[in-house]
Design a protein around this ligand. Structure first.
Ligand SMILES: *[C@@H]1O[C@H](CO)[C@@H](O)[C@H](O)[C@H]1NC(C)=O
Ligand SMILES: *[C@@H]1O[C@H](CO)[C@@H](O)[C@H](O)[C@H]1NC(C)=O
Ligand SMILES: *[C@@H]1O[C@H](CO)[C@@H](O)[C@H](O)[C@H]1NC(C)=O
Length: 631
């Protein structure tokens, strides 16, 4: 009897004790169970290969009539999506063999999803090109994975939008004619490389571009033979996603099937359920977009796809389609908070979960206050990285939490380089201090690297970190972990900055490379500056002109407009007589100095939309910092 009483007392007191030891015990515990279940499932998938496509086909069999995709006025059931993708696959089957790569260059529309599925059905890999890339950068994407050095070859295919042009918008400033022009520009080189180019339309009058829509319409919707995918394994590439990474031209991050599953599970972990309706307004060629689409295949949910983000239509769309899950990047949350307050209650919607990355604490608090009780689930993970977290607690400002099953390794850093001790090993930072995130590369946490870019892949690896012979992935991100284990994002190091536009990474050296191509420019130093009220940074260039050359704001503008996507174009330029100091510290100093004409003595210029670079005035500076001039 006494034993029973003691047992009961212990049981009653235990939760209390646990709470005092760790107030998040229950959430941690639930999360641990999810992690273990996912581990078991991944193990099963590894034993008998099962792809996200197989999962989709199973959902088609179990609920063919459930809505899969809603887009503008059209709606596709699971069965219709299956048939559409089979038709596309059949239209392409003559020119693709299993193992080939198909490059997709198109905006958010159902065909994007169908072509992705079609590529998977043919046992091919889809390379998702960023619609903002042009000329050299765009061409570079093709040479990232060519036939000679890689087993994977870029089969061909470039699709452009078949619709009327899109209105220019900060989250999607490309139109179908823009895309077509971008492709025509590089067409001769594509031809040389034996890449076939298709366009999603019934006819095409451009020599060398074939029409595809007519072939798709003619094709049968019979299922394709699973034999085409017989040789795939968890290690086969499923997607290439292009990232600007740390330096230079875009790199193709190899997303293998294993990684797709992990990312899919990651979003599933945050609590997406099969009856959810997910709203996708980020570009599908981005990790965020495609993985959200991936998760829908896994749990069999409904996707509401939007061509581009629109703050003013956001909640109307959510209400119209009974959206329950939204995805975001930091800027989206800020735009939503910045929309004018209207009469109808902004809390009148069914959204219960927001999944994304990059929301800052102040915007987060305001978002909750304005739009109601929505669980904001921050996730962290680089496209190509091997480490990631989820803030499953919902702690404002954090990007994740350490866990007894998931310890975050952190190491001390000083500015750009990891600090090593006298024996040459790295040190972990004390709790509460900022450190560089690194992820151990090993079984289960592989770093798939970049296609055909050994040098860049190697650059992301750190060796002999804690013991001789160990190997880590260098994320390039500075994080801080508090004593409760919450992880906070601090900054990004290296030669990139996260642009306030669309959350894209901008490789500063790539922008500088384009600038020095100008006749008048001798030297260029590109960096990101902070702007009040914005996440991320905005591009700025310090230029040294050639002797006897004048600054021609119009010519420079024409040049950057031709070769750089809008988010990468320097918004500010400062002219310098000489570039002093070593490169990186110089950049940090310049970035700190910002763009205030009252502080900077050098001539300053501002990129005025449609006009070019005009002299920067105190007035412009004030309107930017006050927020009346939107960048
Ligand atoms: C589509 O099918 C029709 C009728 O079978 C045929 O005449 C036409 O050439 C086909 N078009 C294409 C592009 O295959
Ligand atoms: C699978 O691999 C085998 C052996 O390498 C090869 O003969 C076969 O053609 C491949 N099948 C496909 C669909 O690629
Ligand atoms: C949204 O939900 C409401 C009530 O639950 C329902 O009446 C309505 O038909 C739903 N709308 C859509 C588009 O499913």
């Amino acid at each position: 009897m006494a034993a029973l009483i003691i047992a009961f007392t212990v049981l009653a007191v235990l939760p209390l004790v646990l709470y005092f030891i760790n107030p998040y015990f229950w959430e941690d515990f639930k999360f641990a169970v999810t992690l273990i279940r996912i581990g078991v499932r991944l193990n099963q998938i590894g034993k008998k290969f099962y792809s996200v496509l197989d999962c989709f086909l199973d959902k088609v069999a179990s609920h063919p009539h459930k809505t899969f995709l809603l887009f503008e006025e059209s709606s596709y059931s699971y069965s219709q999506a299956d048939k559409e993708s089979s038709k596309a696959a059949r239209a392409l089957s003559g020119c693709l063999e299993p193992g080939d790569t198909v490059a997709l260059l198109l905006g958010n529309e159902p065909m994007f999803v169908f072509l992705w599925l079609a590529a998977a059905k043919l046992g091919c890999t889809a390379a998702l090109l960023n619609c903002n890339l042009r000329s050299k950068s765009l061409l570079h994407c093709f040479s990232c994975c060519d036939a000679k050095e890689h087993i994977v070859k870029f089969g061909f295919l470039l699709c452009t939008l078949h619709r009327h042009g899109l209105r220019s918008h900060r989250f999607s400033d490309v139109s179908s004619s823009d895309l077509k022009a971008a492709v025509e520009e590089i067409l001769p080189t594509l031809k040389e490389q034996g890449i076939r180019v298709f366009i999603l339309s019934e006819h095409c009058d451009v020599e060398g571009i074939e029409s595809l829509s007519d072939k798709i319409n003619n094709a049968s919707d019979e299922p394709l033979s699973p034999q085409l995918r017989a040789n795939l394994t968890l290690k086969s590439p499923a997607l290439y996603i292009f990232t600007s990474g740390t330096t230079g031209l875009p790199k193709a991050a190899v997303i293998d099937h294993d990684r797709i599953w992990k990312a899919t599970f990651l979003q599933f972990m945050v609590g997406v359920r099969s009856d959810d309706i997910v709203y996708i307004n980020l570009p599908l060629y981005h990790t965020a977009g495609i993985f959200t689409a991936g998760v829908s295949l896994f749990v069999g949910i409904t996707i509401v796809l939007r061509r581009k983000f629109s703050a003013s239509n956001f909640w109307d769309d959510c209400r119209k389609h009974n959206v329950t899950v939204i995805q975001y990047i930091g800027e989206i949350m800020r735009y939503l908070c910045n929309t004018p307050k209207v009469k109808i209650s902004t809390k009148d919607h069914k959204v219960r979960l927001a999944v994304g990355n990059g929301i800052r604490a102040d915007a987060w608090a305001e978002f909750l206050q304005r739009f109601g009780d929505i669980r904001v689930c921050e996730c962290y993970g680089a496209t190509e990285g091997n480490a990631g977290f989820v803030n499953y607690i919902g702690k404002i400002g954090a990007i994740g939490k350490e866990h007894f099953l998931y310890k975050v390794r952190k190491q001390q850093i000083l500015k750009e380089e990891p600090v090593r001790d006298s024996k040459g090993f790295c040190m972990e930072v004390p709790v509460g201090e900022t450190g560089l995130l690194i992820g151990k590369i090993g079984k289960g946490t592989e770093f798939t690297g970049y296609a055909k870019n050994k040098q860049q892949t190697e650059k992301k690896k750190l060796r002999d970190v804690f013991v001789k012979g160990d190997l880590y992935f260098n994320s390039g991100d500075l994080l801080r972990i508090d004593k409760e284990g919450f992880v906070y994002f601090q900054d990004r190091i290296g030669d990139t900055f996260r642009s306030v536009w669309k959350g894209e990474n901008v490789a500063t050296t790539e922008v500088a490379d384009h600038l020095v191509m100008l006749d008048s420019v001798e030297e260029a130093n590109v960096y990101g500056v902070k702007v009040p009220g914005h996440e991320g940074r905005i591009g700025m260039a310090a230029l040294r002109l050639k002797e006897n050359m004048d600054f021609d704001g119009k010519a420079i503008y024409q040049h950057v407009k031709n070769c750089l996507p809008s988010y990468a174009r320097p918004r500010f330029i400062r002219l310098q007589v000489k570039m002093t100091g070593t490169y990186k510290p110089m950049k940090m100093k310049l970035a700190e100095e910002g763009f205030n004409p009252a502080v900077i003595e050098n001539p300053l210029f501002f990129l005025q939309d449609g006009q070019g670079y005009i002299p920067m005035t105190q007035e412009i500076f004030n309107s930017i910092t006050e927020g009346s001039l939107r960048l």
